[in-house]
Design a protein around this ligand. Structure first.
Ligand code: 5AD
Ligand code: SF4
Length: 459
């Protein structure tokens, strides 16, 4: 079997795609890089907004055309697969294999069955499953929990991913060990709401540490960098900021989605916190981690959002001074309470507000990034950048950075870089040695030869 996997959506989906891909390989599949080469195409889907759903629809339309011309098995997995909406799409586009986020380990059974196979259960075995470490990668994701116990009125995820289940810490540490053994330097702990780790259905689980203690444990394993995503302000505790400050491996990067700066909107979203409570958490983070890089998610144009509510979001943005933000126009999702009960705002109102928010975000990101000018940052370089002769990677604060290749630093790895220019979205720099001196540039070096040069000793 020649299999091709297409992943839409968030880091959870990337993790799940890796898990399913390793299952496919263990079943003897060859993974191929394009639809044309494949006889099995599997699409990992996202359902959080209308746009990713539209994307899947058009992709499945193309695949149906290919199916009519040659032998091709089409599969759909992930969040959309779990929904009635997704199942209707699957029927329309003659999808053969459908796997919800809780049934990923059914991939083998699905391929063995000669009939249409739909797996939609949330199965416990998934939580104990440890996928093999990705090979040759310096960065990896590690799922510490699945599902979500919150019921934000706009959000489809509790339906698609089910109730929260925290993985046992022993499984998490075993998976971490295998990542470490494979040479991974940066791990991102994943969960819909990592701050609620160990408290499934609101009750403390015996044998599970708090999220803050899990951070301490993971951070003392020998891994160089630990990040996590994402946090719900409702479950955020000051101890998380304390654990971050105490544990050098944990990066000073916090993604704390606020969604809106207006209490009235937060209430209709059922976010379970107020603007004031949210700002208290931000104050705690800034107190314990004065250099923290802060990111958030914001939805504009939630039903009933007035201009005054939107102004509250802008003023909150200024009060926090975020480094970056993911900004979304509210998208009514069938099956969510806000879809059922609230009237969507006109599209022009939503897009105009988004434009104004983007201006605010760019302005802040420009200012926040400028503070790194001239500083030396630890960078995890992934490989070649688009610009010839340059490498790309990211800092501990998750800023993308581009540096020219230098002698002694020719490929992927952890290095030090001095920031020489900044934009709202990028940092540019030059690699420096342990003595802080700029490393000489390496012109005209063939990639093959570059790989033979020893990387700098880790810093
Ligand atoms: N419309 C727009 N944005 C949404 N998000 C979740 N649901 C919706 C929706 N219905 C955003 C939230 C969340 C991020 C992953 O996606 O900001 O934090
Ligand atoms: Fe990820 Fe949410 Fe999209 Fe599912 S719906 S893929 S959890 S962003």
């Amino acid at each position: 079997m020649r299999a091709h996997l297409i992943t839409h959506g968030c880091q959870m989906n990337e993790y799940d795609s890796h898990l399913v891909q390793s299952q496919l390989v263990s079943l003897g599949a060859d993974m191929v890089g394009s639809v044309d080469e494949a006889d099995f195409v599997l699409v990992n889907t996202c359902a959080v907004r209308g746009k990713p759903v539209d994307k899947v629809r058009s992709l499945l339309g193309e695949l149906r055309i290919q199916k009519s011309r040659r032998k091709l098995v089409v599969g759909m997995m992930g969040c959309l697969a779990q929904l009635e909406e997704g199942q209707q799409i699957a029927r329309k586009f003659e999808v053969d294999v459908l796997l919800g986020p809780g049934s990923l380990l059914d991939i083998g059974a699905a391929l063995e069955s000669n009939e249409r196979f739909w797996g939609l259960q949330f199965k416990d075995e998934l939580h104990d499953h440890i996928p093999p470490a990705p090979q040759g990668k310096l960065q990896a994701h590690l799922t510490i929990m699945r599902g979500c116990d919150h019921h934000c009125t706009y959000c489809i995820v509790p339906t698609t991913r089910g109730p929260q289940v925290s993985r046992h810490p022993d499984q998490i540490m075993r998976e971490l060990d295998s990542l470490l053994a494979a040479g991974v330097q940066e791990v991102t702990l994943l969960g819909q709401n990592v701050n609620a780790y160990g408290f499934d259905a609101g009750a403390k689980l015996a044998g599970h540490p708090s999220f803050a203690d899990l951070l301490r444990q993971v951070g003392s394993s020998g891994i160089r960098r630990v990040k996590f995503t994402t946090s719900h302000p409702m479950n955020f505790t000051e101890d998380v900021a304390v654990a971050m400050a105490e544990t050098p491996a944990v990066c000073d990067f916090v993604h704390l989605p606020v969604q809106s700066g207006s209490d009235a909107v937060l209430r209709r979203m059922a976010r379970e916190y107020t603007r004031e409570k949210y700002l208290t958490h931000i104050g705690q983070i800034k107190r314990h981690l004065p250099d923290a890089v802060l990111a958030t998610d914001i939805i504009v144009g939630f039903p009933g959002e007035t201009e005054a509510d939107f102004q509250d979001t802008l003023s909150l943005y200024d009060e926090v001074g975020y480094d970056s933000a993911y900004m979304f126009i509210y998208s009514p999702r069938p099956g969510t309470p806000s879809y059922k009960h609230f009237q969507d705002l006109p599209r022009e109102v939503k897009t105009e507000r988004l434009q104004r928010l983007i201006v605010r975000q760019k302005d802040w990101s420009a200012r926040r990034n400028a503070r790194f000018q001239g500083t030396v940052q630890e960078v995890l370089l992934r490989g070649d950048a688009h610009t010839a002769g340059s490498l790309e990677g990211h800092t501990r604060g998750n800023h993308p950075i581009v540096v020219p290749r230098a002698i002694g630093a020719a490929g992927a790895g952890l290095y030090q870089a001095r920031v020489t220019a900044t934009t709202p979205h990028m940092l540019y720099g030059e690699l420096v040695g342990a003595d802080g001196q700029t490393l000489p540039l390496m012109p005209n070096l063939e990639p093959a030869a570059a790989g033979m040069i020893n990387p700098l000793p880790m810093v």
